[in-house]
Structures are given as structure tokens and as C-alpha cells.
Design a protein around this ligand. Sequence first.
Ligand code: BV8
Length: 233
Amino acid sequence: MIDQTKSIVILTGAGISAESGIDTFRDAGGLWEQHKVEDVATPEGFARDPDLVLGFYDMRRAALEQVEPNAAHRALARLEREFDGDLLLITQNVDDLHERGGSGQVLHMHGELKSALCLSCEMRSPWNAPMIDRPQCPICQAPSLRPDVVWFGEMPYQMERIYTALSGCDLFVSIGTSGAVYPAAGFVQEARASGARTLELNLEPSEGSHHFTQSRHGPASVLVPQWVDQTLD
Ligand code: BV8
């Protein structure tokens, strides 16, 4: 069955970075327990209290320096190098651990902590410094940068490309996501509707587990290398 796999789409969520020490959103003690979503991950929250939001993302951006990719990130990078079919790695994560784990092509559908979006010129720039002190946009010099992340109510990036890939893949793999947030949570149904096999690798059954043809439960650092070994054998 594996050797008929010619095109794989992978979706990752916060669970793949959990063992690297990055808080997930909905596990106990997770990011959303420390902050109300509507206060820190919505345009309305940013308009209401920009310092709170800029500080929230400054803290998460700075925390990236303290963490390392784990075996799951490295296994997906190996898959990219050695799999001889089409592979699209989509992540909901705004961290850079897939890249630091060796993946070259990563589609950040919810943006990235290490990118800045300018509200004046609407251009994006690589960014790895605090925004709380209102630094100038590297392109237009206006002091109007916001985190280049997709907040609730905003359209995720590259949706056209994602739906095209989902309609053409023969295997969809979801790794470390609760299936709580759309449109990402609906990708499994898109893939199934196009005839793809679907596999969930997660610590515990997600909200969308029943949509998957196969579910394996355990830590990503164990399940993902195992699955990549099987796929490449
Ligand atoms: C949009 C970026 C439309 C910022 C994030 C009803 C139906 C459909 C949609 C909606 C609806 N009501 C509201 C909506 C819209 C809303 C939504 O889905 N709300 C939910 C709450 C119902 N969606 C949106 O607003 C999206 N945009 O719909 O736009 C539109 C249309 C036209 C024009 C304009 C707009 C945008 C959503 C994006 C929000 N941004 N992040 C930031 O990071 O700060 S969301 C954030 O949470 C993440 O990015 C991620 O996508 C999402 C889910 O988090 P997970 O990654 O799954 O993490 P979580 O903690 O939830 O789960 C972790 C999992 O890992 C768990 O299952 C756990 O068991 C597992 N795990 C833990 N440890 C391990 C592990 N697994 C393996 N190994 C381990 N060691």
C-alpha cells in the first residue's frame, strides 16, 4: 500500500513542537489558558490593546531561541530528502522548528513569528526582534509593524494551493493538532472526498479523529520517525 503513495500532504500543529518545549494551545497550561484568545489572537484584540498583543508575540518569538527541533521535525526533513513522490508540508505553527529541523519547503498557513507585516506598506519582512518599541518597517520605515501571523477571523495563507494539493494527494497525514480550528480542521474531509487515505498521528484522539482512516496515538517524537521509516522502506 505504501509503495503506491505518490503524493503526500502533511499538516502539523502545536503537538509536533510540544516535546521541544513550546506550549501547545489547548493542553493543560497551554497558551490559551494564559491568555484569552480574543485578547491576543484577533484583530480586535490588537486594536484594543496593541502592547498586550505585541508583548505576547515578542515573548513567543524570543522563546524560540531556547528550544530545538525534535526527532519528529527531523524525520519530516528526512522524508522531504528521500521520498521520491510529491510532498507538501503545511504547518499551523508559527515557530521555525521545521526549518531548523531541516525541512526546506514549509507552508506556514498561519504565518510565522519570524516575519513582520507592515500595516502601512503591507509588505512582509524577515523579523527576529521585539515589536513592542514600535521599530521601523525595513521597507517603508513606518513604525507600523504587526506580527505576520493569521489571527481568528483572518484568512489563512495559500489556501488555493492547499486545496489543490488536497484534491490531488493519495495520503493526508495530520500530526499534533487538536482539529479545533478551521479551515485546517476540515482538510481531512477534503482529502477523503478526493479519495486519499488519511492518517492521524497525535498524542490522543483529536476532535476530528473519526474522519481518519487510521489513527495512531503517542508522542510525535516516536510516531513520526516510525511512520517515516515505514514510508521510505
Ligand atoms: C477563518 C496563529 C475565514 C496565531 C492561529 C465555526 C466553523 C468554522 C470556522 C469557524 C467557526 N467559528 C469560528 C470560526 C473561524 C475560526 C475557528 O476555526 N474558530 C474555532 C475556535 C472554532 N477560524 C478562523 O478564524 C480562521 N480564519 O476562518 O477565516 C475568513 C473567510 C473569509 C475572509 C476572511 C476570513 C483563522 C484561524 C487561525 C487562527 N490562528 N494561530 C498564533 O499562533 O498565535 S490558531 C492556533 O490554534 C494554531 O495556529 C492552530 O491552527 C490552532 C489549533 O491549535 P493546534 O495546533 O491544534 O494546537 P492545540 O493545542 O489545539 O492541540 C495540540 C494537539 O497536539 C492536541 O491534540 C494534543 O493532544 C497534541 N499533542 C500534545 N503533545 C503532543 C501532541 N501530539 C503528539 N505529540 C505530542 N508530544
